[in-house]
Structures are given as structure tokens and as C-alpha cells.
Design a protein around this ligand. Structure first.
Ligand SMILES: Cc1cc2nc3c(=O)[nH]c(=O)nc-3n(C[C@H](O)[C@H](O)[C@H](O)COP(=O)(O)OP(=O)(O)OC[C@H]3O[C@@H](n4cnc5c(N)ncnc54)[C@H](O)[C@@H]3O)c2cc1C
Length: 191
């Protein structure tokens, strides 16, 4: 099969032959992408390298899209966190907060919240749900703050380097938590 691979930071991706991946094992899935939306940050590469990559990797898809409506812009929205649970309901991912999508991190957030909430639900105690909210907030807040500053576009090339490093640093505690998900969840002892 062919793949677009990025071999070094700052270089363009290279389309090349790679071995076929092994058949999925138990607990793995193959995700076939039927379509994708483009973020504003992607638009500047649409006509450049991605056009070439798409033409070589999926020629049947390249150029087969038609604009069927007007382009809709997203003017931005101040970030905020919602209380993510109450009697009989709970929120994960985008439902629980507003954060500018330019961090390209919302899917991780949604999966992280789903796992944290599932663990709280298995425990079932009010303290466990409060713990879900507290941990979600501790992990999400720094990323919300830095995303807000990046999304404001009030930076120059020197500022943005620091902001992107801050964004990366804000993700580190979450990486540690997500790695801990490998530990099996313990069901509460039977009453
Ligand atoms: C332009 C753009 C680019 C992005 N790029 C990236 C990226 O590169 N990487 C990344 O990680 N994230 C990206 N994100 C963010 C990411 O898409 C979201 O954070 C993520 O999809 C949130 O997942 P979710 O499950 O919380 O919510 P959603 O994906 O919105 O799922 C919620 C689902 O619930 C359904 N629903 C709503 N109400 C009801 C109801 N009453 N009954 C039944 N169903 C209902 C909705 O139809 C929807 O399917 C981007 C977002 C945008 C807008």
C-alpha cells in the first residue's frame, strides 16, 4: 500500500510504498475514512502538498467534491467548561465545554472524558462523579486557556512558538492519565 509519511519536522510528507498492515487482532479495528472536514488551519495546504498527496493516494476521491452550499465560517467563541454531570445525566467531550478546534485535540478530549466518566459510572458514588469533573477540569483548563490565546491570532512568529510549546506542555499531564488507562478498571466490590 502507499502512505504519506512525514520523516522529519519541517519537511513535506512523502508518498511511498509501505508494507500492508497486519490484519486487525482482537480489540483492534480498521477505520475506513469516507470523508473529512477541513479546519481553517488546513486551508493553506489544500492547494499545495495535500492536493498532490490526495491525487496519488486516493485518485478516485481527488477532485470529486462539489461545493453544494455556501462556505460557513466559524467566528470563534470564548472557551468555557460546563458542569459535566447531574442527576441522571453526564456530559463528555464537546458537550462539556467549548474550546476552539484549532488545537486539533477535541477527539482525544472526547475519548478521555468517556473513559473517565465510564470509570466514575462503574464506581457509581457521588464522589466518583465529582472526581470525574475535577480531573476533567484539571486536564482541560490549561489547554482551553492556551487554545484561546492561539485562536485570538494576536501573536507574531516569536509568540506562537512559545504558545505552541505551552500547548504541548498542557497536554503532558493528560498523556500520563491516558497511559494509565491501560490499567484495567476495577469493578466495585459487591454490596
Ligand atoms: C473544523 C473542525 C476541525 C477539527 N479538527 C480536529 C482535529 O484535527 N483533531 C481533533 O482531535 N479534533 C478536531 N476537531 C474537534 C473534534 O471534531 C471534536 O472535539 C470532537 O468530534 C468532539 O467529539 P464529541 O463526541 O464530544 O462530539 P461530536 O463529535 O459532536 O458528537 C456528538 C454527536 O451527538 C449527536 N447528537 C447531538 N444531539 C443529539 C441528540 N439529542 N440525540 C442523539 N444524538 C445527538 C451529534 O449529531 C453528534 O454526532 C475539529 C472540529 C472542527 C469544528
Amino acid at each position: 500500500m502507499i502512505a504519506a509519511r512525514l520523516h522529519a519536522y519541517g519537511r513535506l510528507p512523502v508518498v511511498e510504498e509501505v508494507p500492508d498492515p497486519p490484519a486487525p487482532q482482537a480489540g483492534e479495528v480498521v477505520v475506513r475514512v469516507a470523508g473529512a472536514g477541513l479546519c481553517r488551519t488546513d486551508l493553506h495546504v489544500l492547494d499545495g502538498v495535500f492536493a498532490d498527496v490526495l491525487a496519488r493516494m486516493a485518485p478516485e476521491r481527488a477532485g470529486d467534491g462539489d461545493r453544494v452550499g455556501r462556505l460557513r465560517g466559524f467566528p470563534g467563541h470564548p472557551a468555557f467548561l460546563r458542569r459535566p454531570f447531574g442527576p441522571g445525566w453526564a456530559l463528555v467531550g464537546d458537550a462539556g465545554y467549548v474550546k476552539d478546534p484549532l488545537t486539533a485535540h477535541g477527539i482525544t478530549d472526547a475519548l478521555r472524558d468517556a473513559e473517565l466518566l465510564a470509570r466514575a459510572a462503574v464506581d457509581g458514588s457521588p464522589a466518583a462523579f465529582a472526581g470525574y469533573e475535577a480531573q476533567r477540569d484539571v486536564l482541560a483548563r490549561p489547554l482551553l486557556d492556551v487554545a484561546e490565546r492561539i485562536a485570538a491570532y494576536e501573536w507574531d512568529l516569536t509568540d506562537i512558538e512559545g504558545l505552541l510549546r505551552a500547548e504541548s506542555a498542557a497536554m503532558r499531564p493528560e498523556v500520563a492519565v491516558v497511559r494509565g488507562f491501560d490499567e484495567p478498571m476495577r469493578a466495585p466490590a459487591a454490596a
